[in-house]
Design a protein around this ligand. Structure first.
Ligand code: SF4
Length: 223
């Protein structure tokens, strides 16, 4: 059974502890299993997150697997013709992302000796690496205490607390309220909950592990 540890300085998400326990229990049973959630290193994480921006994970999964089969190593990607890379991103309707990914991967090879820099500012200097991707790399690859807040996480926590929350506020609250060892798992569980239960339209509140303490639960039931 998953154990959960909280920071002593828990602030804005005070009261989230028991909800997070329920969330992790739910995640252990219903969490989605995507190939990039395994040990894929900085290269696999960067490729996946570049594909996932504004793309549904289920759609990106097949393209990711094909891509990693053709370009299993960063060096191979760097020495390949760009048109071969673009073809994969075209399948996602995002051909312009290919060039930025290749530039970022080549920069990591040439400037950092093939080790991703575990530094927010340096990551943001890489082509195509915005705040979200930088945070995912820092959390998943570097083991640092960074939350990554996508539209799913934002929606779930805004509904849970019954008020609009900004991305930066939500990230800060998660980082301050959860211990490092739980932050990543809770973060990913919130993404999956938002994608499958707390959906933008017609959330499945009766199936939600957070319903007993969610501020919006009665609201959505009454609609
Ligand atoms: S109870 Fe409903 S509104 Fe609240 S977090 Fe769960 S799915 Fe979202």
């Amino acid at each position: 059974m998953t154990r959960i540890y909280f920071s002593e300085s828990s602030s804005e998400l005070r009261g989230f502890e028991s909800a997070a326990r329920s969330l992790l229990k739910w995640f252990a049973e219903y969490g989605r299993r995507f190939p990039w959630r395994g040990e894929v290193g900085w290269y696999g994480v960067l490729v996946a997150e570049t594909m996932l921006i504004r793309t549904r994970a289920e759609v990106a999964e097949k393209v990711f697997l094909e891509f990693m089969e053709e370009f299993p190593k960063p060096g191979l990607l760097c020495s390949s013709e760009l048109t071969r890379v673009v073809n994969y991103f075209r399948k996602l309707g995002l051909p312009d992302r290919a060039g930025r990914l290749v530039k970022a991967v080549c920069a990591i090879l040439s400037s950092y000796g093939g080790e991703v820099p575990c530094d927010y500012a340096k990551l943001r200097e890489l082509p195509g690496v915005g705040d979200y991707i930088a945070r995912v790399i820092l959390s998943r690859v570097c083991g640092r205490k960074y939350a990554f807040v996508d539209s799913n996480v934002l929606r779930v926590l805004s509904r849970f607390y019954g008020r609009p929350m900004s991305i930066s506020e939500t990230a800060r609250a998660l980082e301050e309220s959860l211990s490092q060892r739980n932050l990543l798992e809770v973060n990913v569980a919130l993404i999956d909950l938002g994608a499958s239960i707390c959906r933008p339209r017609k959330p499945r509140c009766p199936d939600c592990p957070l319903r007993s303490s969610c501020s919006s639960y009665p609201v959505f039931l009454e609609k």
